[in-house]
Design a binder for this molecule. Structure first.
Ligand SMILES: Cc1cc2nc3c(=O)[nH]c(=O)nc-3n(C[C@H](O)[C@H](O)[C@H](O)COP(=O)(O)OP(=O)(O)OC[C@H]3O[C@@H](n4cnc5c(N)ncnc54)[C@H](O)[C@@H]3O)c2cc1C
Length: 441
């Protein structure tokens, strides 16, 4: 068996892996990126639309352009890369096994950064009745076909799910000469960014069917059409509202799930995002294993991926150099729970027993979350018992937009105000809340 040794091993060469690698290298570590694809860049290589890097580079780049900026730094910065190499397993003792055309490689690394991204939910995951004909694809796969492989998966499309990939593909397919008969969304609001609804659907007169779902796929060998139906607030189809749409292809854009097989095999605890549980240092429940990017939480903006990944890269580097970075399994931790209106919060736990000199090194304390439904005129609040730790007014919040906030006060003071028996709660409070009345999700 082949063997490699390094200080920081990074699994995944997408924007998270690249940013983490650059930061770990800047902290003086030997770094190895392991990527299963034949090139670096991750999902960005198929996102040829602009909209990347607005914050980080103050420039509106296409996905491959954004990725290339990092790839250049990686290639010129003495960072080792193994492409066409897939990590199969991290053992509970942190031994890493990967497979490439040269066989199995055992990689021994002082620390590991999980940056494997996420994958798309499939038809099986949402159980649409009907035959199993050719012509049902996930939207991301169709994006790869069109933008990288150079062929069209169909001519007459319907897209189920108004997530960003679905809406971006509606426009992309229209540009390629296809007809997109509509985007069908089970929620009463679009699930992707509003800018994508405007630029990808409204500008091309592509109908968006809100509170609708696909109830049947027709066709035995190839899709010949689909039936959609209106749904009630419990997502139950409303009889009599069915509508047949002639099409040869159904694209599914019905959610993304963190790639968590390796995380699970390593024995790391998972959170409600299906990514690993992490603390404020992006450390999993396993000593020396960190996580960032879509493997942790599905991000809407790549700039936020980069900020998170740099932190993971830095802390992995410090760990490799012998600094005791607390894991999320220590005794002195306090849980961070999503409260009213909040779907999840990262970090999942906060370590309280942090040495003072390390607080400075670790950098700012950031929280990220998504709300459960669109809301207006609300506060995002954080409390520990009766003590208010954070409060910010938002005119609008939507599940499609990740909310990020930083603790402004000194981290030392923030940590001193917490105790392990009182969980931290992050929640939504309407601006005009009536005393004693609790909002329902
Ligand atoms: C269609 C689409 C459109 C988007 N549009 C925008 C936009 O306009 N603006 C914006 O800012 N953001 C956008 N985003 C969001 C942003 O691009 C992503 O959040 C970001 O790419 C996530 O980076 P990542 O590195 O975590 O994951 P990925 O880019 O998915 O990278 C993960 C990498 O890990 C590799 N990998 C996985 N498992 C293994 C393994 N076992 N061994 C080795 N390698 C492995 C994968 O091959 C992949 O290269 C978009 C995302 C999508 C999907």
């Amino acid at each position: 068996m082949l063997q490699r040794e390094t200080d920081v091993a990074i699994i995944g060469g997408g924007p998270a892996g690249l940013a983490a690698a650059v930061e770990a290298r800047n902290h003086g570590c030997d770094v190895l990126i392991i990527e299963r694809d034949d090139s670096l860049g991750g999902i960005l290589q198929q996102c040829i639309h602009p909209g990347f890097g607005l914050h980080e580079f103050d420039d509106e780049l296409a996905g491959p352009e954004y990725a290339q900026r990092y790839i250049d730094v990686v290639e010129n910065g003495g960072i080792d890369v193994l492409t066409n190499t897939m990590v199969l397993e991290i053992t509970p003792t942190k031994d890493l096994y990967a497979i490439s055309e040269n066989g199995v490689i055992n990689i021994i690394s002082k620390s590991i950064v999980l940056a494997m991204g996420c994958r798309e939910r499939t038809r099986g995951a949402i159980k649409i009745p009907g035959y199993r004909p050719t012509g049902v694809y996930t939207a991301g796969l169709a994006q790869r076909f069109v933008n990288i492989e150079g062929f069209m998966p169909g001519t007459e499309f319907v897209i189920l799910g108004s997530g960003d990939i679905g809406m971006i593909m509606a426009r992309r397919l229209t540009w390629e000469g296809a007809t997109v008969h509509g985007v069908v969304e089970i929620q009463p609001y679009p699930s992707g960014l509003i800018r994508n609804k405007v630029q990808c659907l409204d500008d091309y007169n592509i109908p968006l069917y809100l509170s609708h779902t696909v109830v049947r796929v027709h066709g035995k060998d190839r899709v010949t059409g689909i039936t959609i139906s209106k749904v009630d607030e419990n997502w139950k189809m409303i009889p009599g509202t069915e509508k047949f749409i002639n099409c040869d292809t159904l694209l599914l854009s019905v959610g993304l799930i963190p790639e968590n097989e390796i995380t699970k095999k390593a024995g790391a605890a998972l959170s409600r995002t299906n990514g690993p549980v992490v603390n404020q240092f992006l450390s999993t429940t396993i000593n020396g294993i960190f996580a960032c990017g879509n493997v942790l939480q599905v991000h809407d903006l790549v700039d936020n991926v980069a900020v998170e990944a740099k932190k993971a890269g830095k802390l992995a580097a410090l760990y490799s150099k012998g600094v005791q970075v607390p894991t999320s399994m220590e005794k002195q931790i306090v849980r961070v729970s999503p409260g009213n209106g909040v779907g999840y919060v990262i970090p999942n736990v906060i370590n309280l027993d942090v040495k003072e000199e390390f607080i400075e090194k670790a950098g700012s304390m950031r929280f990220s979350l998504r709300v459960r439904k669109p809301m207006q005129d609300i506060y995002i609040k954080m409390r520990s018992g009766q003590k208010e730790l954070y409060k910010k007014f938002h005119r609008y919040v939507r599940p499609s937009e990740m909310i990020i906030f930083k603790i402004k006060e000194s981290i030392k003071d923030f940590l001193e105000g917490l105790d392990i028996d009182t969980p931290i709660e992050v929640y939504v409070e309407p601006k005009n809340k009536q005393p004693g009345k609790r909002e329902r999700d």
